[in-house]
Design a protein around this ligand. Sequence first.
Ligand SMILES: [Zn+2]
Length: 188
Amino acid sequence: MQSNATIRGTIIKGIIDIIEKRFGRDGVKQLMENLTPAEQTFLVEYLKNDSRVPAETLCNLYNRIKELWGEGQKTYYSELMQEIAEQNINTFLKFLISWGLPSIVANSVPNIYKYYFNQGQVFMVSNTNRSIEFYIKGGEAYGEALCAGIIGWGRQGLAMAGAKNVQVDHTNCIYHGKERCYFKVHWE
Ligand SMILES: [Zn+2]
């Protein structure tokens, strides 16, 4: 069963870069071992062109990272995503933080999502200058990597726009028996 869900290659490239920075070439080798040979060759091609990568590859990398370094937790991956966000925001999403208004980043979540993921959608439930609540529908192809990614990325994006003490509550998650992935974020 092939899904057509993809993710922008810049995220995958970011993951590999950070693993290399932290664990060297051996770390990257360990990370890649679990991918099928076809996926490995394929990946090199996308990364050269920053094209879109199948959601399945993201899920594989996420599971492997958890296995190797995450001690079964998604926090490690969220931290990685924070670093990736920093790189990404500093380059082509720089305008988002340039006004120093966290709410601009928060209100852009549906568009940022669309930029990176071609499947699923963000539905805003409420937003103030200090908080947002939203849920995601149809992002299942990305697995829990999506939730951990949103948490890390969101934290970093808001902090870079000047938010202090960013708190993300994602207890309401489909991977933990809930009906949908619901995020409550607030900051100072
Ligand atoms: Zn979730």
